[in-house]
Design a protein. Structure first.
Length: 219
C-alpha cells in the first residue's frame, strides 16, 4: 500500500510555493491541508481510467469507467481485458479508438512492452517518453500518470482542462497558451505538481465559481 501524503503549511513544498506565489498562497489557505494516496498499487487500472476519460468530463468518464469495471467483473487487469472484444468494450459507451487503445495497453503489459516497475527509477522526461510511445497514450495521460501514480513533484499539466479552468481563475486571464503558462508558473518549480494539486482541489471545492480576490476573503 502506498504511503499517505499530507500537504500542509509544514510541508517544505508548500512553504516554498507560498514564498514564490502570493496568489497561490491564498489558494492554499482557502483549500487547507490536502491528503492523498498515490495510485502506486494499481497503475494499470489508473491508466485505463485515464484512457477512458480522455476528452471527457470527469462525470462522463467516471460513468463509463464504472461500466467498464462491471464488464471486467470488478477486476481491470490485462488478462481480463485480453478476453474482451473491441465491440464489447465499445458497448459501454466508448469510441472504437479508445477500445483499441485499451486493448493495446493490455497487450503491451502482457508482452512486456509496458513494464510499470521501470517507471519509479526513470526521470520525468524518460517516463513521459516511454508512456507516449504507446498507441493511445498522449502527453495528458502520461502526465496524469506521473502526478497521480508516481507522485512526481514537478509536472505542469497545461494540457488538462481542469487545471486550465483553475489557472484562469487564479490569474484572471484567458491566455492559456503553453508559453504563457510556462512563463507564469516557472516560479513553482520544482513543485509544479503540488501547485496543481491545490488548484484541482480549489476547483473541486467550488472556489472557482466566484471571482478570485487576493486581498479579501473568498467565501
Amino acid at each position: 500500500m502506498a504511503a499517505i501524503v499530507t500537504l500542509n503549511q509544514d510541508s517544505p513544498s508548500v512553504q516554498y510555493l507560498c514564498k514564490k506565489d502570493k496568489r497561490l498562497t491564498k489558494v492554499i489557505s482557502m483549500v487547507g491541508p490536502i491528503t492523498y494516496e498515490p495510485h502506486t498499487d494499481n497503475p494499470f487500472p489508473f491508466l485505463i481510467h485515464e484512457i477512458i476519460e480522455q476528452m471527457l468530463s470527469i462525470k462522463a468518464g467516471a460513468k463509463i469507467y464504472g461500466r467498464f469495471e462491471e464488464l471486467c467483473a470488478g477486476q481491470i487487469t490485462p488478462e481480463s481485458i485480453s478476453k474482451l472484444s473491441v465491440e464489447e468494450i465499445k458497448a459501454i459507451g466508448t469510441s472504437t479508438a479508445k477500445a483499441n487503445y485499451i486493448k493495446n495497453a493490455a497487450s503491451a503489459v502482457l508482452t512486456g512492452e509496458l513494464d510499470f516497475t521501470k517507471f519509479p527509477d526513470m526521470t520525468d522526461e524518460a517516463a513521459l517518453k516511454e508512456l507516449v510511445s504507446l498507441r493511445g497514450i498522449g502527453t495528458w495521460t502520461a502526465k496524469m500518470y506521473l502526478i497521480f501514480v508516481l507522485d512526481r513533484q514537478d509536472i505542469l499539466p497545461f494540457e488538462d482542462v481542469a487545471f486550465l479552468q483553475s489557472y484562469k481563475w487564479l490569474y484572471k486571464t484567458e491566455d492559456v497558451s503553453r508559453a504563457s503558462i510556462e512563463k507564469k508558473c516557472k516560479k513553482w518549480k520544482p513543485y509544479s505538481s503540488i501547485a496543481a494539486r491545490f488548484l484541482y482541489r480549489a476547483l473541486d471545492m467550488g472556489f472557482t465559481k466566484k471571482e478570485f480576490h487576493l486581498f479579501k476573503r473568498n467565501d
